[in-house]
Write a protein of this length. Structure first.
Length: 391
């Protein structure tokens, strides 16, 4: 389905989102997801307020340049959240609390206590959350809170949804995968600097796969050129001489980075592989940018892409080298174009926004909705507030 052909929003919603960070994408994959979803919701006529806990790490690396969608506000702690934003939390039609929000349990208790509308938890880290809940070590959610949400939105589909409902008592667990902003990610005419590139923050459990599927092929093919972009990689890591390291590529440069690769590599975290059905936002970004994807294998991948037709699967470095050196240019471009068409027809932020509306309509309960006679608007955005908070 083309995003322009999506059905109109069933009704106007006032939405509050409390997420890890929307202002900084540095070492934080949540930001791009929130930005694209928030922009899509606003385009569909909804009023969206994003509340972010002001943390030094994100303050130092803020890269939200396009604040033309919705309203973004910062708060210092749960006490300030209660004092300044109680009315908005109470009167919203929908409050969404994301995973990894600082003091998330206290925030969840506040939201579930005061909100009159629908309350949802958006788990952008479902396999990690489930492992932490099982161990009793989750800092942002506990088992008692899971049934308190009207809707549990999950980055992971498949069996995880049944587990959330049957073991943890989630009222309605629904997949809301990551997506791509089709305006931000499109083919970019650029010189093919690298045969293969990878974009992602360092993760210890991903590194062995990155070594096997990128570093080993680089060592075996000294004439090839490779790139790894992303922050937090330990200084002691040894990279082959033909692997270029880039510390950070901002969201506004993702299209350029993809455009400079003949192929791009997708590597999945161990928890996501075990749980399955956890597509990375990089998959959708790369496909929309028109670059062929080589990926590791995980359960549920075939529900997202068709292997061999829209994506290439590599189990070792030999598979990677075969794709890089033997696939014809025609085959390469045809595979990339099929993946791009598929993503634009099924996995844009506009599709996710429409799906979220459908979930809300399915579970809406009159007793939980706010008093619609209250017509007060959310405060308008003040760009100076973000700048002042950065000082």
């Amino acid at each position: 389905m083309n995003p322009q052909a999506l059905p109109a929003a069933p009704r106007h919603l006032r939405i509050v989102i409390l997420g890890l960070s929307i202002t900084s994408s540095w070492g934080n994959g949540h930001a791009t997801t929130y930005r694209s979803l928030m922009r899509a919701l606003c385009r569909r006529g909804h009023e969206v307020l994003f509340l972010e806990c002001d943390k030094p790490w994100y303050r130092k690396h803020r890269d939200l340049r396009d604040a033309s969608f919705g309203n973004v506000r910062l708060y210092e702690n749960v006490g300030q959240l209660r004092r300044r934003w109680l009315g908005e939390l109470r009167d919203a039609d929908l409050v969404i609390l994301g995973s990894y929000v600082p003091n998330g349990i206290a925030v969840a208790e506040l939201v579930c206590k005061v909100a009159r509308g629908i309350v949802a938890f958006y788990d952008i880290d479902t396999p990690v959350t489930l492992a932490a809940l099982a161990a009793g070590q989750c800092d942002y959610l506990n088992t008692a809170l899971v049934p308190a949400f009207d809707l549990y939105l999950s980055f992971t589909g498949g069996p995880a949804l049944r587990l959330l409902e049957r073991r943890y008592g989630a009222r309605a667990a629904r997949a809301l995968y990551c997506s791509v902003d089709s305006d931000e990610h499109r083919p970019v005419a650029a010189e093919a600097r690298w045969a293969l590139g990878y974009l992602g923050t360092y993760s210890a459990d991903r590194q062995p796969i990155l070594d096997r599927l990128l570093c080993e092929p680089a060592r075996s093919w000294p004439a090839g050129r490779f790139a790894v972009a992303g922050p937090l990689y330990p200084a002691e890591l040894a990279w082959p001489q033909n692997v270029e390291r880039i510390e950070h590529v901002g969201p506004d440069r993702h299209g350029w980075f993809y455009g400079c690769q003949r192929f791009t590599l997708n590597v999945t975290r161990a928890d996501m592989i075990r749980m399955g059905y956890s597509p990375s936002v990089r998959l959708f970004e790369a496909a929309a940018s028109g670059v062929p994807i080589i990926s590791d294998w995980w359960p549920g991948l075939t529900t997202i892409f068709t292997p061999g037709r829209e994506i290439l699967i590599a189990r070792d470095g030999d598979d990677v080298l075969r794709y890089l050196r033997e696939m014809s240019e025609t085959e390469r471009m045809e595979l990339a174009e099929r993946a791009r068409r598929h993503v634009l027809a099924n996995h844009t932020a506009a599709h996710r926004a429409a799906l979220l509306e459908r979930y809300i309509e399915e579970i809406a309960a009159p007793a939980r909705r706010r008093n619609h006679s209250d017509t007060g608007a959310f405060p308008s955005r003040e760009p100076a507030e973000l700048a002042a908070a950065s000082k």
